[in-house]
Design a protein around this ligand. Sequence first.
Ligand SMILES: [Zn+2]
Length: 185
Amino acid sequence: MRFPSRETVEGVRRQYPAGTRVELVSMDDPQAPPAGTRGTVTGVDDTGSLLMAWDNGSGLNVVYGEDSVRKLDSVKITCYGETKVWDTRKDAADFFFQGMCETEGSECERYTKIYAGLVKGLTEITDEELPVCPKCGKPYKERPALSRKDNKTYICPDCGTLEALEAVGASEEEKKAVMDAIHDV
Ligand SMILES: [Zn+2]
């Protein structure tokens, strides 16, 4: 057997970081778990093989170039303060859709919000209420800034930066350059 190049192995490492959830397609080994078995990648060795913790307890590697797996469409959902990684978007969508149908009021709203995120294709979803910036109207996660205009309104960090730039007379172009730099564009 020929070993893959270092670049190829690095590529496999990027594609399957530890923690990636996968499903077995085929494995050329009499002791292989059945096709469709799910498992978690724990690492990639120097031959490009995936080191595995299969859900059925098996620890057989996925040999580069011989065996095959597919990545699961997993999503990370936080609900009522608990974070769980779902193997597939479909499993999660079925669960939260049912939750939506069977509950009322604020509980139903929570499930609806998560379900909407699943339909939109988000990979990380939370039911937590994020503060909304009164200046730009967008929800934000980071620590808020205090508006210079009245010294009591909390605004998002981006708007805080823009206000600071306005205070020193920055042009629109300069403001855009700074925002691009912050957001790594
Ligand atoms: Zn804002």
